[in-house]
Design a protein around this ligand. Structure first.
Ligand code: GDP
Ligand code: ZN
Length: 314
């Protein structure tokens, strides 16, 4: 039987929806003897995977093989600590939607996200949304943060779904790419996606929704094809990922401005805390590394996950 190539758009838990090379979709299960090598996961195949499949009929098929991944993101499976859950694969860039207000995204959230994305070798673009709501003071804070993150090497965009500002720029960056959209609930992720691609009509939450704590959604990530070319991966219900399995001395490798200085530290396994001859600490003392970045770095290596737990409660 002829094998065809497909892109996994959605996993329902029991079957996968694939986009075939001619743009149609087909529902597939895994072939019985399908095997995964490598990491232990709750799901062998995730959104963004490219697979080979054979058809059983026009609408259904069997996945026989997964092609090598360029990258993938995962998080620890909630109950089974050694097993991870792959969220998505083959991502070109991650877009972290943030807001200075209603709700305000904590810097700790941004830096943890960036560390996780770096560890998965995915570049992040920071999207400051709701700029129509920023007063003079918030605009200043935003400018300062934009400078901070631009200097480290991250692209920053500012957007508003009210004035449409920045949406064309955002569109040009996702065109013909596979883009992961992330952000705390309420920052406007669904609204932005709906503006970019009105046909999708993702559910936009009421302002009050994101304040209600305690819901635990296990929704799978989903991939949407864009009419102007490219794909968006939406991660509903996923507040955080990664930051597991890392050794203390590894974390600073995912802070680009620290990684750059590491060769100048006296010890190559420097954690930039107590060691003598530490170039990172020196740079921080001289104001060359932002205080917020260094403090968030310390919070991560010391496992101070208070903020992280709060997000998970959302
Ligand atoms: P999500 O949880 O990140 O998907 O956020 P939603 O898209 O559901 O938006 C949450 C709320 O913020 C909704 O009431 C939106 O109308 C509002 N919102 C989203 N983007 C903007 C924006 O750029 N400006 C303003 N003023 N409100 C926005
Ligand atoms: Zn050091």
């Amino acid at each position: 039987m002829d094998k065809e190539k497909g892109l996994v758009l959605k996993s329902t838990g029991s079957f996968y929806i694939l986009r075939t090379q001619n743009g149609s979709t087909v529902n597939c299960k895994l072939r019985g003897k399908f095997r995964m090598q490598g990491i232990k996961t709750t799901n062998p195949i995730a959104v963004g995977d490219i697979v080979l499949f054979v058809r059983e009929n026009q609408q259904d098929g069997l996945i026989t093989e997964i092609l090598p991944r360029k990258n993938f993101i995962y998080r620890k499976s909630v109950n089974l600590s050694k097993i991870s859950h792959i969220i998505a694969a083959n991502i070109d860039s991650a877009f972290l939607i943030i807001s200075m207000t209603d709700p305000r995204t904590p810097l700790g959230f941004i830096d943890r996200f960036l560390v996780a994305a770096e560890s998965f070798r995915i570049k992040t673009i920071l999207v400051f949304n709701k700029i129509d709501l920023y007063d003079a003071e918030l605009k200043q804070v935003q400018k300062r943060l934009e400078n901070l993150y631009t200097n480290i090497g991250y692209t920053c965009i500012s957007t508003s779904i009210v004035t449409d500002e920045g949406l064309d720029t955002l569109k040009s960056k996702i065109k013909n790419k596979v883009s992961l959209f992330s952000g705390q609930s309420g920052v406007g992720k669904s609204s932005i996606i709906n503006c970019i691609e009105p046909d999708l009509q993702l559910k936009v939450s009421n302002i009050s929704d994101y304040n209600s704590k305690g819901k635990h959604t296990t929704t799978f990530a989903e991939m949407f094809e864009l009419s102007f070319g490219g794909f968006i991966i939406d991660t509903p219900g996923i507040k955080e990922f990664g930051l597991i399995h890392y050794k203390k001395e590894e974390i600073s490798h995912y802070f680009p401005e620290m990684l750059e200085l590491l060769p100048q530290c006296k010890f190559n396994n420097c954690t930039h805390t107590h060691e003598p001859g530490c170039a990172v600490k020196e740079a921080w003392q001289e104001g060359k590394i932002a205080d917020s970045r260094y403090q968030n770095y310390l919070a991560i290596i010391h496992g101070e996950d208070i903020e992280l737990k709060e997000w998970m409660l959302e």
